[in-house]
Design a protein around this ligand. Structure first.
Ligand code: FES
Length: 628
């Protein structure tokens, strides 16, 4: 049997294969927030002709079904079939994501008052050439030169010395020795190369996010970031969030598949960077990896199953150094890989890296660090103490579980303003043109504007008859944000979407309020808020306060930090002192398990209102809504 696409591409199909798995096998990936369980409704394809059996239509509306749409993961062709894949269903995971270098990282590193002390260091050695009387072997000659510099212990493995003899002779016995000081194994050589070779000690800083993978290529001698690469984490094809990935790794037996996916993402980016800058990959001798606990486990090939089972204890919270060849990275096989320590199942190395990058533990000022990405992690504290928690906000700000939701990519509505008189919205679409869906910042905008204009009440319910744009949807009332007859569907926000978003924003706010209350403080005591994460880049503070997602404190206390996970990974690649500081931060962090906290549950219920049941916590919003 075969599937024919509208592009006339033909895909072979085995008996009992779903359309989804046949497309996946052929390298065509669909958005699959639920990992193929039939619950997210994102893997829609249109059957143009051919017979099939559908196990379920999930959330598809009657209209959508009538137009031929099916869920690819639930649909099994019975004969040859012809389909069309709507643009919004396609997942282009090889796409580069535009990431800009926002700060001068060398200056930022220096601002910590630490020197350049990279992970793999180099020393110059000038050896006397052998003679009839000075006739010791090459390695002994090298060790003798080291001893003259006061270094009596240095381990050598086959990989670092296999080409030594040739290199020494070609370099006229003047070489650089790259080595590492491993806290467990002591000093060990990584490579030997001619001193005359230019710019020859590089490293990678890597952020393995649940959604994206970012790589910085840095010169370890100067600290300069030579270039940046990024892509979607191709594990996305197995599900949007860490839970679906854990399920795939454990129940689906897909751990190796997930590991291979992310290692291949890092290698693909690295390969393109080395090619662009004509760098020998063997000269990349170190990598510093930051990721959440699930991502770190998968990268390490460890079973992440215990992360989602009571009492939620991961296999590893601190990771030994790793050889690049064992990790599978396409750099110098003898190079070393550092992995950030994690705190708990849902507070990982990305948060330790973020706290390090925010410098909040270096100041007396009481600060809140929040990373709202696929989940939502927070830390509160200063140079004396620090508490942390995961809010389980879920990935709905990235479009998952929202009817027309999508990530902040071209085609997403990122901003919505509603005219208070006509109640018509004006929208801004990433990249311009017609919208394909709405992303997190657009959703927050839309809800806050609907609240301000009275389209919804403080419970998030539509006031029927208030606007012509409110209509009865398939499963709940909905507000039409964008409609164009030429398009297959309208972009709407339904009451069920709003409920999901209220739950997510309530999880974030109640996480913050639980930690602050546990610390015996009030919200107003927070002197600085560091907002991190991809989503943090687009967050409109005023509107996030309006819906009660973040504390109602003066806007000037908020600072956007961008991707702090990659900044932390860079800092630790270049500085031994900061690697020690990261370890100290991790050991100082007190983790609060919110899923068993009664206080969190009470706070959560109160925060399900817009902005909150206790309006005293949101005086600026009360004033805008003209509430007493
Ligand atoms: S409904 Fe098919 S992947 Fe979620």
């Amino acid at each position: 049997m075969e599937i024919r696409l509208t592009s006339n591409e033909v895909i072979q199909l085995r008996k009992d294969d779903s359309i989804f798995s046949a497309l996946k096998e052929a390298g065509i990936y669909l958005v699959a927030s639920c990992g193929g369980k039939g619950t997210c409704g994102k893997c829609k394809v249109k059957v143009i002709e051919g017979n099939f059996e559908a196990d379920s239509y999930g959330k598809l509306t009657g209209e959508e079904k009538k137009s031929g749409l099916v869920l690819a993961c639930q649909t099994f062709p019975l004969a040859d079939i012809r389909i069309a894949i709507p643009k919004e269903s396609r997942l282009v995971i090889g796409d580069k994501i535009a990431i800009s270098k926002t700060k001068d990282l060398v200056a930022y590193l220096k601002s910590y008052g630490v020197g350049l002390n990279p992970f793999v260091r180099t020393m110059s050695l000038k050896l006397p050439p052998p003679t009839i009387t000075d006739n010791i072997g090459d390695l002994d000659r090298l060790k003798r030169a080291l001893a003259e510099q006061g270094i009596n212990s240095m381990g050598f493995r086959h990989g670092s010395i296999a080409a030594m003899g040739k290199t020494l002779r070609e370099a006229d016995w003047t070489v650089e020795l790259a080595y590492i000081e491993d806290p467990d194994d002591g000093r060990e050589a990584v490579s030997i190369y001619p001193s005359a070779q230019e710019g020859s000690n590089y490293g990678l800083a890597v952020d393995i996010g649940t959604t994206t993978v970012v790589v910085y290529l840095a010169d370890l001698k100067t600290g300069e970031v030579i270039d940046i690469g990024s892509t979607y984490n191709s594990q996305i094809r197995f599900g949007d969030d860490v839970i679906t990935r854990i399920v795939h790794a454990t129940e689906g037996g897909g751990l190796q598949e997930l590991k291979d996916a992310v290692v291949s993402d890092i290698n693909t980016i690295t390969d393109s960077l080395v090619e662009k800058h004509s760098i020998d990959p063997a000269m990349i001798q170190a990598a510093s990896i930051a990721g959440n606990t699930t991502m770190a486990h998968i990268f390490w090939g460890l079973d992440p199953g215990s992360i989602r089972e009571m009492p939620y204890i991961p296999e590893l919270n601190s990771f030994p150094l790793w050889r690049a060849s064992t990790a599978g990275l396409s750099i110098n096989p003898e190079g070393r890989v550092y992995t950030f320590p994690c705190i708990a199942s849902y507070v990982g190395g990305d948060i330790v890296a973020g706290v390090l990058a925010s410098k909040m533990t270096r100041s007396e000022e009481l600060a809140l660090f929040m990373d709202i990405g696929t989940n939502g992690e927070i830390a509160i504290g200063n140079n004396e103490w620090i508490m942390t928690a995961a809010c389980s906000a879920g990935p709905c700000f990235e479009g998952s579980g929202i009817k027309c939701g999508m990530r902040a990519t071209p085609g997403a509505i990122e901003s919505v303003i509603i005219d208070p008189v006509t109640l018509d919205p004006s929208i801004r679409v990433i990249g311009g043109g017609s919208p394909l869906g709405i992303c997190g910042s657009g959703m927050i905008d839309a809800i806050s504007e609907m609240l301000l204009t009275g389209i919804i009440d403080q419970k998030g319910k539509f006031l029927e008859g208030k606007s012509d744009r409110i209509r009865r949807g398939e499963d709940s009332p909905e507000y039409v944000i964008f409609s164009d007859r030429r398009l297959e569907k309208d972009i709407v926000l339904s009451e069920i979407d709003i409920e999901n978003l209220l739950r997510a924003k309530a999880a974030v706010y109640s996480g913050i309020s639980t930690l602050i209350t546990e610390a015996g403080l009030a919200m107003d005591a927070i002197e600085r808020v560091y907002v991190a994460g991809g989503f943090g880049n687009y967050l409109n503070i005023g509107k996030a306060v309006l819906i009660g997602m973040i504390p109602d404190i003066p806007e000037e206390r908020y600072t956007f930090m961008g991707n702090t996970s990659i900044t932390g990974a860079y800092l630790c690649l270049l500085s031994k002192e900061l690697r020690n500081e990261a370890a100290e931060i991790a050991s100082k962090m007190t983790y609060v398990e919110l899923s068993v906290s009664k206080m969190f549950m009470d706070e959560y219920v109160s925060a399900l209102f817009l902005p909150h049941t206790n309006m005293n916590l949101f005086p600026s919003v009360a004033a805008r809504l003209m509430l007493p």
